[in-house]
Design a protein around this ligand. Structure first.
Ligand SMILES: [Zn+2]
Length: 77
């Protein structure tokens, strides 16, 4: 009897279900990327890449002018 664990998050996985386990030997794509990043960067990083939508939302908020530059009621001097 052997249990397979994800080397990254130690989650126990079912070795009988390889079809639902495309990222073998990792439990998920995320864990695979974590391992890949460890190899590439030499550091153990568990940061999840931000979703593109989240990033765009953030940018949209930051570029939005907080204060209107011109007041339409003060057009006539
Ligand atoms: Zn995992």
């Amino acid at each position: 009897m052997s249990s397979v664990r994800c080397p990254i998050c130690q989650r126990i996985m079912d070795p009988r279900g390889p079809k639902e386990w495309p990222d073998k030997p990792f439990c998920s794509k995320r864990c695979r990327m974590v391992d890949l990043g460890r190899w590439l960067g030499g550091t153990y990083r568990i940061d999840t890449p931000l979703a593109k939508e989240d990033l765009e939302t953030e940018l949209a908020h930051s570029s939005e002018p907080a204060v209107p530059s011109a007041d339409p009621h003060r057009e006539e001097a």
